[in-house]
Write a protein that binds this ligand. Structure first.
Ligand SMILES: [Zn+2]
Length: 75
């Protein structure tokens, strides 16, 4: 029996994002707190995809600014 992990797990649970509609846990890192099921229900499949893509592209641009884009070496 190990008691050392109990404290950490409580903190971890607080950090897990939950869908604002159905309160399900969101496993992936996304910019909006809405699961796929509710997102499609609220905005529709096409609109929800557009929203997610816009969020992801914004994140990628932010990363590239910090890390600088390094082109692959192809011989
Ligand atoms: Zn949901």
């Amino acid at each position: 029996m190990t008691n050392s992990s109990s404290g950490k797990s409580q903190i971890k649970e607080k950090m897990i994002k939950k869908c604002v509609y159905c309160k399900n846990d969101l496993q992936d890192k996304r910019a909006i707190d809405v699961c796929d099921k509710c997102g499609v229900g609220v905005w529709g499949q096409r609109m929800f995809n557009t929203i997610l893509q816009g969020m992801n592209e914004a994140d990628k641009k932010g990363d590239l600014c910090l890390e600088h884009e390094i082109p692959e070496n192809k011989n």
